[in-house]
Design a protein around this ligand. Sequence first.
Ligand SMILES: [Zn+2]
Length: 492
Amino acid sequence: MRDHFEVRRGDAAGRIGRLSVPRAGVTVETPALMPVVNPNIRTIPPRELESEFGAEILITNSYIVHSTDDLRERAVEEGLHDLLGFDGAIVTDSGSFQLAEYGEIDVTTREILDFQHEIGSDVGTPIDIPTPPDVGRERAERELEQTEAALRDAEAADTGEMLVNAPVQGSTYPDLREAAAGRADATDLDVFPVGAVVPLMNSYRYAEMIDVVAAAKRGLGRDAPVHLFGAGHPMMFALAVAAGCDLFDSAAYAIYARDDRYLTVRGTEHLEDLEYFPCSCAVCAAHDPEELRGYGDEERERLLGEHNLHVSFAETRRVKQAIRSGNLLELVESRARSHPAMLDGYRALLDHADQLEREDPISKGSFFYLSEESARRPEVRRHHERVTRLNPEGEVLLTEGGIPSGDAYDAAWRVVPPFGPFPRALSETYPLTAEVPDRSDRRAQEAAAEGVRELVEANPGTEFVLAHDDWPASALARVPDRVAIETLGGGR
Ligand SMILES: [Zn+2]
């Protein structure tokens, strides 16, 4: 049991949690966004990240500090918190990125962890190997062994109160990711970054990113805080949180600002293409795009960086509120409509609906049916499982509307796509309180037919009549043959 992370509320696989960071003496509420601070280039001073943006935690690179003489001396002398001017929790990366980029670095995991500890890091990182996507399996396995050797070194190191990351690698092989996560979970390390997903995000391969996260989550316990390493675009926060990620780091706010790119929750805009700012943060309220274009490079970069951070923190808060309100998947659905690749990501998430279903709360505020994808939500799956435990007897009418013929039935149950049949007494229980459109779609009707099938197969001694409202053949084909079918008037 990891007692430094406590899950307070959940929705799908997303959760609001509390990460205790003992060395910093702070508790960070997750999902949390960690701005990346380059110790050499500070677009926005860390003190402002805290005071203006409410950042509770940030991440910086201990390898850059270690390999820059004056930074190293000052970090050893003053400590990292004074060097950066930040009182919250500081996570340090190890130089894995530099290793992947340049092929070698001049420290070992033991040395860099000792150094991170010495300069006062609150969450340290061993030197893992960020294996990129699509490599041969042999390489992925070989590099995973190196990463796991680094985790063993990290376990053996004396790191005091400093929490230590246990990165999960395995490239685009779900089985490797799952096994790696299982082994990382078995260590006494503390935080679990899912590594090397940046190339997937940069090429809009959100579906594969979700598959990688889902695989890692299968190997990790519920008490394992998960960091999606390198994920900094607010467009995908809701999706990644719904898949079970707790921590994000944004270098994007600064990197994008440097190239005049403006982040939104629906994607990225170029400053030169904007006539209006679709945002009401302090920067966008006080300037228009034309004005901003007229500023010098440094001022423009700082203002764009501030906007990018505002929009990122606002989305983090929106995601947290959605978890509290129980409508995180509705938020994911709306974000999924901003780009076809995001829609792929959402569909991939629903491919793991059984996995989500295990963590999704049984009762939430509301369920809005917003698209055909809603028919595949975990709540629908759960209802279909639950319906098999109900045992109506005699002759039972399942109806979308009224009672179609003069016959008397032993019971008349409602049928609501996408859930399917349920006794009227359950009408007021979640998720059957769902708001669904009057114009049902084929996917919802097919899902409802699956519900009918589950109920009928679980009750071989009961007779069923289904009165449907204009279901397509693809839905009716899922209804067992022994069910008598009646058609309601339609009239829509
Ligand atoms: Zn703005």
